[in-house]
Ligand binder design. Structure first.
Ligand SMILES: [Zn+2]
Length: 221
């Protein structure tokens, strides 16, 4: 097939078009998650890789209402978290998104603050994580083909020192490269995927599993 060479202007238009398209899907996902109670009080962050080379990540800005996102609330950052486009600043948790993209090759990262994730991460932090198996919903996770699969969800101590969390994540990712997500204690869930749709499905599957596991192990909490 003949290779079509784009002019720089055409390439720039393509890149802008891709960023806008990702922004629309992030806004749609954010609204859906907010309505489920997973992104209240400006919490959480959603991101997607818009360009590989040079690298550009589309990510929700710090402190914005996730139930009412507009295009100006999604900014573009480089591999170090510096803002490439947009007027708002990135969240400090941007570094966690970047390390997930860098170490695991994820194309989209999603972070929620749900009640069940918060309760379970507090209750089981002493075990270092939660092991969930026996549920059909596990098949919502990429590569999982049976309800008998055992899914390990690590729990890390929460910290305002993002570099410390990133160092711990490097160890976890090299030890357990097949995990689909992790919890920060008393804070929330991180998961990721090969696309926004993939990451969104992972949030829905994991939040479902966390609620089931929580209702069973924490009683009527
Ligand atoms: Zn958070």
């Amino acid at each position: 097939m003949a290779r079509i060479k784009l002019t720089m202007a055409e390439q720039e238009d393509n890149n802008q078009g891709k960023f806008q398209e990702l922004t629309e899907r992030i806004i749609d996902t954010s609204g859906a998650f907010y309505r489920r109670g997973w992104l209240y009080a400006t919490s959480g962050n959603l991101s997607a890789v818009a360009e590989e080379n040079p690298f550009r990540l589309a990510i929700t800005a710090s402190g914005v209402d996730k139930g009412n996102l507009t295009a100006s609330h999604v900014i573009g950052i480089d591999e170090n978290g510096a803002v490439l486009n947009g007027q708002l600043r990135p969240s400090s948790e941007t570094l966690i998104h970047l390390i997930i993209v860098k170490k695991l090759g994820a194309k989209s990262v999603m972070h929620t603050h749900s009640i069940w994730g918060t309760l379970l991460s507090e209750k089981f932090s002493g075990n270092g994580g939660i092991e969930i198996s026996g549920y059909e919903m596990l098949k919502g996770l990429r590569g999982v083909e049976s309800h008998q699969n055992s899914e390990w969800i690590p729990i890390l101590e929460n910290s305002q020192d993002m570099k410390h969390i990133c160092n711990e994540l490097e160890v976890i990712f090299s030890r357990s490269p097949d995990i689909h997500g992790f919890l920060l204690r008393g804070h929330g869930l991180y998961t990721w995927g090969d696309s926004i749709e993939d990451a969104r499905r992972h949030v829905e599957a994991l939040e479902f599993l966390l609620e089931v596991y929580g209702r069973l192990t924490l009683g009527a909490a």
